[in-house]
Design a protein around this ligand. Structure first.
Ligand SMILES: [Zn+2]
Length: 500
């Protein structure tokens, strides 16, 4: 069958140098001839036949002629071409797969052939296809169904990857991710491209050895900053989205602001907001985005938040995450004796101020540092039993009495939530409990009522670098890029006029 043989011949004789373009009319002639002979001699290999028809006979001719180059200044043609042309016109099978010596024998209308063979064929023979991963797919099933790879070839391909971590990109496919693959004219897999993220991925290219050469793909992503502004009119979410922010950006902004602002109680129509967004773009397409700064100016609230190291801080460098827990343990333990400066002592029955909060808990309960700090004392006395003191800075200290044992040493630095001791019943007690004290400037205060710092304060070089960044971001907030900001403002004031 002509077309199939022609393609096989092409694949064994790849052209080395580019040629000029062929005129389309002569290509069409060649195409028709190929498809005519196919109809007479169809061996059922329909892919190959379609290929021969679809990819223009001119390229087929080019490929063949280019293998045995024709001197464009002469009227010579090789026996190789003669047999090809003869097959085209007669429908007889011909074998083009072997390379034949150049022959000076001329063919009558050589000038026309010279033109129609002059096309660069190589890239058009390879096609990129794409597959989107569906629920229930595995790389094996996709490879078998879409790329014609059997189990041996799949394992060969996976083994071409350097380590399990890299293999995971194929063995742990995410639903919706796309797998791009390149096949040749015979639908054989040539390359496979999978992106782990929009930026990073891998490219596998089939080699003659049967193995796959592996390349990391890293695309450069350009960040772009843009300021959105708007006015609250209806819900904050709707108003933010109306300013042009995406729903995921609105979600991130709402989540951050709600740490500082009670939307239901404090948000009013007419409140102003700005958001500075940084979006990653690749080839002009927006990928992920980050909220860099937010400003909310309302009748009863004024909040500015700036991103730093993936967390939001107020402009003075205080974080949103609580930096001080109310309770120095996990779970719930009842208050058995509250802070009380006029209490009767349970053992002596004399008026004796209670400088802390007692929590009833079984001996051996883990006590955790409510905030970051430094252990300043680990000691024992007959009243307090085993006790320890932690200095949290900013004038705050905590004390823990009646412990069964300490888990930290004096001078040790502890993080928020770090286990520091096991509770007990040492010292003068009526039963196992934790006596917990909070001291502000060395004066005991009610641990259940004291106003605790609500965010980690940046300090030192971090604070300096944060402030430089915050200054830039806040300056950008005051110059919105979205056209709709102003129109939106106009609408809102109209709405307000109607008393909404
Ligand atoms: Zn107590």
């Amino acid at each position: 069958m002509v077309s199939v043989l022609g393609i096989h011949a092409y694949q064994q004789h790849r052209p080395q140098a580019p040629l000029q373009d062929a005129p389309h009319n002569t290509a069409d002639v060649a195409m028709n001839q190929v498809s005519d002979t196919d109809n007479e001699d169809d061996d059922g290999d329909s892919d190959d036949i379609h290929f021969a028809v679809d990819t223009a006979g001119a390229q087929l001719l080019t490929a063949l002629s280019h293998t045995d180059p024709i001197d464009t200044d002469s009227t010579t043609i090789s026996p190789f071409h003669q047999r090809f042309l003869s097959a085209l016109t007669t429908g007889n099978d011909a074998d083009f797969s072997d390379e034949l010596p150049y022959d000076d024998d001329a063919l009558g209308n050589q000038g026309a052939l010279d033109q129609e063979v002059a096309t660069e064929p190589s890239d058009d023979q390879l096609r990129w296809l794409s597959y989107t991963v569906q629920p229930g797919d595995s790389f094996g099933s996709i490879a078998a169904q879409s790329m014609g790879l059997d189990a041996v070839k799949v394992s060969n391909l996976l083994n071409s990857l350097p380590d399990n971590n890299t293999r995971r990109i194929l063995t742990q496919l995410r639903i919706g991710m796309s797998i791009d693959y390149q096949v040749d004219a015979r639908n054989q897999l040539v390359s496979l491209r999978v992106m782990r993220t929009a930026r990073d991925g891998l490219l596998l290219t089939h080699e003659d050895s049967g193995r796959y050469a592996y390349t990391n793909i890293h695309r450069n992503v350009e960040p772009m900053q843009r300021t959105y502004a708007g006015t609250v009119n209806g819900s904050f979410g709707q108003s933010a989205q109306a300013s042009g922010l995406s729903s995921s950006e609105v979600t991130e902004i709402t989540r951050a602001l709600s740490r500082k602002l009670n939307f239901r109680a404090q948000a009013r129509a007419g409140d102003q907001f700005q958001a500075l967004i940084e979006a990653d773009t690749l080839d002009g397409k927006k990928l992920g985005s980050r909220v860099l700064a937010i400003q909310y100016k309302g009748a009863s609230s004024n909040v500015t938040l700036v991103r730093y190291n993936d967390s939001f801080y107020t402009p003075d460098g205080r974080g949103l995450d609580p930096s001080f827990n109310r309770f120095p343990f996990s779970g719930q333990h009842p208050v058995t004796s509250a802070f009380d400066l006029t209490r009767l002592h349970p053992v002596t029955h004399r008026v004796a101020p209670h400088h802390g909060t007692d929590f009833g808990m079984p001996t051996g309960t883990t006590i955790k540092s409510p905030s970051a700090g430094v252990v300043t004392q680990v000691a024992y006395n007959q009243y307090a039993g085993h006790y320890l003191v932690i200095d949290h800075g900013e004038g705050l200290k905590t004390r823990y009495l009646h412990l069964s044992r300490s888990l930290v040493r004096q001078g040790e630095r502890v993080n928020m939530g770090a286990p520091i001791a096991l509770s007990g019943s040492t010292g003068r007690v009526t039963g196992p409990h934790l006596h917990y004290e909070v001291l502000v400037s060395n004066r005991a205060v009610d641990p259940m009522r004291v106003k605790l710092p609500n965010g980690q304060q940046l300090s030192g070089a971090q604070l300096a670098s944060f402030k430089r960044q915050a200054q830039q971001f806040i300056a950008r907030l005051s110059s919105p890029d979205n056209d709709r900001a102003y129109a939106q403002n106009g609408n809102a004031s109209l709405q307000e006029g109607k008393g909404s």
